[in-house]
Every structure is written in C-alpha cells, then in structure tokens.
Design a protein. Structure first.
Length: 282
C-alpha cells in the first residue's frame, strides 16, 4: 500500500496516524503530485490537523529531540524522506528513545545526517543571502538543496525588523515575505527579480568593487575559498554575477564588469580597465 498525501507536514503526520489506525505498514509515502505510476494499490490520506497534532504530541512526550528531528527532517532533501521519518517514528513508539543516543543506528543515521546538512546550509545562507532594494522592498534569492526558509525566518526577521523584505527559494518555488512584524512562507511558482534602478545598480557595483579591492592576489587560494564559500551558492551572490546584473533598468548602455587592477576578480569576470577602486576622502 502506498499512501498519498498533500505534501504538507501535517499531511505526513496524518499518514502515520492512518497507519496505526488501519494497522498496516505502507510501502511508500509520497506526495500525490509526485507519483506518476505504480503497480501497488494507493490510498489518499486526508489532512486532519487534529490527527496530526495527536501524533506530534505523542512523539514530543516521548522525546522532544525526536520531535525536532521529525520537523526538521521533513525540510531536508533526503531521498525517500517520508519513509525514513515514518520508520524513525515507528521505532520510537515501539522501542522508546534509547536508540536516539546512537547516531550510527540504521534508522536514525540517515535522518540525523540530513538534518545536520540542513542546519549547515541554513547557517551558511545567513551570510550568503544578497538583498537588492526594489522600490522600498528588500528582495533576495537563494537556491538551496533543503527547504531552509523556515530556519532563516527568525534570523532575518530579527535583523530587518523595521524593513519589508522577501527571500525567494528558486529550488522549492516558495518565498518568505516579511512586513510590519509579520512573516509568512508561501508557494510562488514563477518569479523573476526586477532589474535594478540607477541607485541599486550603483550599490551592486560598489559591493563588487569592494570584493575585488580587498582580495590579495599573492594569497589567492581557490580551493580554500570554495571550502568556506561553496561554488553552488555563487549563482545568487552579487560578487559573482555577469555584467548584466549591474545594468540599471533605465540605462541602455552596457555597464562594464567591475574590478580593480590589483584585486582578484570574480570567476569569468575580467577586470575593467576604466574602473578603479573608490577613493576615500581625506
């Protein structure tokens, strides 16, 4: 039997509830939109908040740590995560929380590793998100492997509590919106960032110049840079963007790629001969 649910965390918890109510073990648990064809019988599981909260309260009573693993594990990119989380919950209810002390346990290990990867990615993105000013609203884009927006919400809402901003997740097609002390995460299927105005284009150019200026060519170490700043994040970071990223909406002239003669430019972005680092006023 394959359980089909709506893709939400509460929907997944309802699958666990249904499994115990029907006294059956599902072969797989999948989002109804992701399953194309199967020879196994399927059952659509309706989302019931009451059933979901009963399961979550039971897990939290046995082990608050397991409840946190369950919630964060659902945000990961773990293969067959629903089945892995289901097995973890079944073992917890059957044997108690003792096995949670052994991270090499065959049931715990895949979830533990996936959550650790999720936490690490969220930590990196706290420093890698680049915002643009768009008509009084700050906007940024990320392209993570995991669904990190729920983990980033409290950090950025506290940091920019007097601003209006959004962060768009290209991978999972959802966005975090914040304004007037309220934050929500909503699906957003199609999104394209608006081009910058003159002021924003100059700020982007200034940031790129700063990045190139502080580089020390004699100490250039590409491998170390990719260790601290993995290459898969570069696609949404201002300092690694092509010249079009620095072109204002109202400008029809190409803006040359920023750079300085003595700095280390971003990959595939040669220094422009006509631009120099900003000079400080005496």
């Amino acid at each position: 039997m394959i359980y089909l649910y709506d893709g939400s965390f509460h929907g997944f918890l309802c699958c666990i509830f249904e499994s115990y109510a029907k006294k059956e073990s599902p072969t797989a648990i999948a989002c109804d939109e992701a399953l194309s064809f199967t020879l196994f019988p399927t059952r659509n599981i309706a989302t019931d908040s009451g059933h979901a909260l009963r399961v979550l309260r039971k897990v939290r009573t046995i082990s608050p740590y397991a409840a946190k693993l369950l919630q964060r594990g659902f945000l990961t990119c773990l293969a067959e995560k629903e089945l892995c989380l289901y097995r973890l919950t079944v073992k917890l209810l059957r044997e108690g929380p003792g096995f949670l002390r052994n991270s090499s346990d065959e049931t715990l290990h895949p979830v533990f590793s996936a959550v650790r990867h999720l936490n690490g990615e969220a930590h990196l993105l706290k420093g890698f998100v680049r915002f643009s000013e768009l008509g009084g609203v700050l906007g940024g884009e990320i392209e993570p492997k995991n669904r990190v927006l729920p983990l980033l919400r409290s950090h950025f809402c506290a940091r920019y509590q007097n601003e209006k901003f959004f962060i768009y997740d290209r991978t999972h097609h959802e966005a975090l919106f914040y304004a007037a002390g309220r934050a929500v995460i909503r699906p957003l299927a199609d999104f394209q960032m608006a081009p910058p105005d003159e002021t924003e284009a100059h700020y982007r150019l200034l940031w790129k110049r700063f990045y190139d200026t502080i580089a020390i060519r004699e100490r250039e170490n590409p491998q170390l840079r990719m260790t601290h700043m993995p290459k898969r994040y570069w696609g949404t970071m201002t300092e690694f963007q092509p010249p079009e990223h620095f072109r204002a909406q109202s400008s029809f002239a190409d803006v040359p790629a920023p750079g300085v003669p003595d700095g280390t430019p971003a990959p595939a972005t040669p220094p422009a001969p006509g631009l120099s680092a900003p000079v400080s006023a005496p």
